[in-house]
Design a protein around this ligand. Structure first.
Ligand code: SF4
Length: 354
């Protein structure tokens, strides 16, 4: 579809939050010449954000591997032999110690990810304790734990959870090629439960799983037509892991990834668009293009919690080269964002339940 296939007058109105996007309009944005798309995205980005600030979060896997779900990209699924070392749910104090260390290194938001289909009551009670402890440090809190019932979402809200990450992963039509153990509607239901409980929503997807441009447009269309836009929109690039079904899939054209960031920025102008999994496989130049396209949030990985953290150092150098500073925290945030999930070894994979 070309950009001229729909009335293009809406291009002049970009920047306002809309919830009535059509798929044709979204596809028309994807079809814009790259320079035009980047121009619009940067213009809209500057209407709502400081273009030289990027929000930085830290995440910790509090329970790793042995997940019963079959997400085809995920090394944490018990169904795939990826050599991932399993870890039971961490002790509450250990998690709080990690958060304290992350805070001492400058992190303002702490995300806890657990590889569950959905948490059991006892697990949720322990995680609620973690949330209370991390919040008592003066940090924003985020969790990604799989599906939640409305009651579970309220329990987490009562504990002080600021953000919940739960991704849609892809378009509804492509979704079934990636995950069979839970439905798209299950995910939408969890998002609704989180929203209804008053927790900020972090929801995005994974690109490069073999989906089409139409799938990417439909994913963004679904996100942008939710009753309220997610506060945070993690945009992941598939990290291929040997042993998972998606290992070996043809990689996505990097410009398509950047285009998707730009279109997300235009469709959800007030949301933080997060560059998430796959970032360490991107060149500095591509990351800079993503920031230009409107990405304004990243993760520092778990290695931030170790004494040696070359990844974090590299990010700091990249920020310095680009004149970017970390966004100041909106502590006790009702307004900021957050997310995630992950892969035990290297930040990346996120997705789903991230
Ligand atoms: S993405 Fe989440 S739900 Fe899916 S297999 Fe991995 S840990 Fe489980």
């Amino acid at each position: 579809m070309s950009a001229t296939a729909v009335d293009s007058s809406y291009l002049n109105q970009l920047g306002e939050a809309r919830y009535d996007w059509t798929v044709a309009e979204v596809r028309a944005l994807f079809a814009l010449p790259f320079a035009d798309l980047m121009h619009h995205a940067q213009r809209v980005h500057r209407q709502h954000f400081n273009p030289n600030e990027v929000q930085v979060s830290t995440l910790l896997s509090i329970k790793t591997g042995a997940c019963p779900e079959d997400c085809a990209y995920c090394p944490q699924s018990v169904r795939y032999d990826t050599g991932l070392e399993r870890e039971e749910l961490m002790e509450v104090e250990r998690v709080i110690d990690s958060a304290r260390l992350a805070k001492s290194k400058g992190a303002t938001r702490f995300c806890m990810g657990a590889a569950y289909r959905s948490p059991k009551a006892k697990q949720l009670a322990a995680i609620s304790e973690m949330v209370r402890g991390v919040r008592a440090l003066g940090m924003e809190t985020c969790a990604t734990l799989g599906m939640l019932t409305p009651e579970q979402a309220h329990e987490l809200k009562d504990a002080g959870l600021d953000y919940y990450n739960h991704n849609l992963d892809s378009s509804e039509s492509f979704y079934g090629k990636v995950i069979t153990t839970r439905t798209y509607q299950d995910r939408l239901d969890t998002l609704q439960a989180v929203r209804d409980a008053g927790i900020n929503v972090c929801c995005g997807g994974i690109l490069g799983m073999g989906e089409s441009e139409l799938d990417r447009a439909q994913l963004l269309h679904t996100l942008a037509t939710l009753p309220k836009h997610p506060e945070s929109v993690p945009t992941n690039q598939l990290v291929q892991v040997a042993g998972t079904p998606l290992n070996g899939v043809a990689p996505l054209d990097p410009f398509e990834f950047v285009r998707t960031i730009a279109v997300a920025r235009l469709l959800m102008p007030h949301s933080h668009v997060r560059l998430s999994a796959g970032r360490t496989e991107m060149s500095d130049e591509m990351q800079a293009l993503c920031f230009l396209a409107g990405a304004n949030s990243i993760f520092y990985g778990e290695k931030l919690l170790t004494t040696e953290n070359p990844e974090a150092d590299h990010d700091q150098q990249l920020f310095a080269r680009l004149g970017i500073t970390p966004e100041a925290p909106s502590l006790c945030a009702e307004l900021s964002d957050h997310e995630h999930h992950q892969h035990a070894t290297d930040v990346e994979h996120v997705a789903h339940h991230v």
